[in-house]
Write a protein that binds this ligand. Structure first.
Ligand SMILES: [Mg+2]
Length: 213
């Protein structure tokens, strides 16, 4: 049974579901990636809302090629999946939101890193299932939504993921959330999200109201 099949089997069709991205929603991904890349001889210069093109070889000041960026990020997940710090306010927020919602973490990480990420979150007090995905999240969200009779909320930092979910599961409430203030300042609300919120206290308030409407 895959992580998604197990989650679907265990949820109650009458309870609201909260599907949370991990990196830049629960976890300070870019901050930790920066530290890791320095140990590999690369630095991030956040000139725009993307990593590709913004990672530079320190020695030469030359931007890393797309293939190198891909390899560096894969190396980061192998080396650091277990060791990425939480965004402020997450612990309190999720303990409050687990009353009205069934919560799962829907993360685009390699399958081989899923259990490590789940264990790492658990060690930081975040004890919810981690569902691993590759590519657009719309199809997997649509699978959760099929036959579900209560509201579902999707939270992610990446605009293409909001587009994907809007396409496959249009009825789902979509929150665009960008934890890192530098990244947040570089991007407007995703076109296919319903609302933009960048901090956990405000998001908690919004999500509690959403299921009380
Ligand atoms: Mg993310």
């Amino acid at each position: 049974m895959t992580s998604i099949e197990r989650f679907i089997a265990e949820i109650s069709p009458k309870r609201p579901i909260l599907l949370l991205d991990a990196d830049e929603v629960l976890l300070r991904f870019v901050e930790r990636l920066e530290v890791h890349l320095l140990t590999c001889g690369y630095e991030i210069r956040l000139n725009s809302f993307q990593l590709s093109g913004n990672i530079y070889r320190q020695e030469t000041g030359i931007p890393a090629e797309p293939l190198t960026v891909k390899e560096l990020i894969a190396g980061f997940f192998d080396a650091c999946s277990h060791d990425v710090p939480l965004v402020p306010g997450v612990t309190e927020a999720l303990s409050s939101l687990s009353a009205p919602y069934d919560i799962a973490i829907l993360s685009n990480i390699p399958d081989r890193c899923r259990a490590r990420r789940e264990a790492s979150l658990r060690s930081q007090g975040i004890n919810f299932p981690v569902l691993s995905n590759q590519g657009g999240k719309g199809p997997i969200v649509a699978r959760v939504a099929a036959h579900h009779d209560a509201p579902i909320v999707f939270v992610d930092d990446l605009p293409p993921q909001h587009k994907s979910v809007a396409q496959y599961a249009p009825d789902i409430h979509r929150v665009h959330f960008v934890a890192d203030p530098r990244l947040a300042s570089m991007i407007d609300k995703a076109e296919h999200a319903h609302v933009r919120i960048d901090d956990w206290p405000t998001l908690t308030h919004h999500l509690r109201n959403h299921v009380m409407e």
